[in-house]
Design a protein around this ligand. Structure first.
Ligand code: SF4
Length: 354
């Protein structure tokens, strides 16, 4: 009897957006192609923003004809793009392989365009005020899906802005998906690609202390933002449960180490919740914490999430809190709320309104 042969699954080509230039070169070499083709492809895709093989006129026709079988240049399709009435903020709902969806946001102010990226579908950390946390963790994103968000949003804005900033403040805890995060950052920083300076990229964390230390050891001048939100362990245990594992003393020591090694001021993100963490004594402790390391404070008036108990303090309470900080803290800003109308503001990502 002839043995049953296993069905051979067709090998899918790797996504272009998940490969560094060196990885792409090695991949092409295994297909008998010279390494410099990787540089040419990076330039076409990331610098000339062209993905159609027919348009890549300085590449031999034989190579262009094989491109689709060598790597996948498709981006995750946008299931929806929602815009605020002033068109300053857009929320993108992207469809990923396997049916998952991820959200990312572009925000334009008079000074700059910023892309807010997601690193996971959902999040395991369950911060008490966050819509993404309510979803739980569905899965990590691959580096290609992180870089894909940038290219999809850049395409949407027709790459009009030569310089834009990136913040990892979307869905998920970026440092819980460390390898994909760093792989994506390496690709985004490639001088033959998008050539993003590390100073234009900010990683936000809820406080994974070992990974903050690891990031400090990368020798990059990435911005680091700490989702602080409370000045006592008692309150932070409630608001940001990962604090039970790495309490404030350990977190602030790691943040100080990061600031000193990177030469960057660490941003202390502080979501103001009415009657919870906006009292004068909170301001006094926050100012003291900020003075203990190279830092700046970013106050975020809470963005409501349906079903959650928290309330946003009124304008006067926000101003009063900021004024209490100002004489004592090194630098204080109050974040303008962008995108609240389309559930695209901080803490609101997670399918609501999508
Ligand atoms: S705030 Fe960030 S870390 Fe916390 S649950 Fe939301 S996405 Fe996760």
């Amino acid at each position: 009897m002839t043995p049953v042969q296993p069905i051979q699954q067709a090998q899918l080509p790797p996504s272009f957006y998940g490969l560094s230039r060196d990885q792409l070169a090695s991949h092409l070499v295994t297909h008998g192609l010279p390494t410099f083709r990787a540089q040419q492809l990076f330039s076409w895709v990331y610098q000339k923003h062209e993905r159609h093989p027919l348009a890549m006129t300085d590449l031999p026709l034989s190579f262009r004809g094989r491109l689709e079988e060598l790597c996948d240049l498709r981006l995750p399709p946008a299931e929806a793009v929602l815009a605020t009435p002033d068109s300053a903020t857009h929320k993108f709902v992207l469809e990923l392989a396997g049916g998952a969806r991820v959200e990312c946001v572009s925000m334009r102010t008079t000074r700059r365009l910023t892309f807010c990226l997601s690193s996971q579908v959902g999040c395991a950390l369950g911060c008490a005020f966050c819509a993404t946390g309510l979803m739980g963790l569905k899965r990590n994103l691959a580096a290609s899906e992180i870089v894909g968000q940038v290219v999809a949003m850049g395409d949407f804005h027709r790459w009009q802005d030569e310089r834009f900033n990136i913040v990892f403040m979307g869905m998920g805890e970026p440092l819980a998906n460390y390898k994909a995060l760093m792989d994506a950052i390496r690709i985004l920083r490639d001088e033959r690609g998008l050539n993003m300076g590390a100073r234009r990229i900010t990683v936000s964390t809820s406080g994974l202390v070992p990974q903050i230390r690891k990031l400090a050891g990368e020798g990059l001048q990435l911005g680091l933002a700490l989702s602080l939100h409370a000045t006592t362990d008692e309150l932070r245990d409630r608001l940001v449960p990962v604090n039970r594992r790495w309490p404030l003393r350990e977190l602030m020591a790691a943040a100080r180490e990061y600031g000193e090694r990177s030469g960057r001021r660490v941003t202390l993100e502080y979501t103001l919740l009415a009657g919870v963490n906006d009292r004068p004594e909170d301001a006094a402790r926050l100012a003291d914490m900020a003075r203990a390391l190279p830092s700046k404070i970013n106050l975020i008036p809470y963005n409501p999430v349906p079903g959650l108990e928290w309330k946003r303090p009124d304008h006067r309470a926000v101003e009063a809190f900021a004024h209490r900080l100002m004489p004592r803290a090194p630098a204080v800003t109050v974040r303008r709320t962008l995108g609240g109308e389309i559930w695209a503001a901080c803490g609101q990502l997670g399918g609501l309104g999508a």
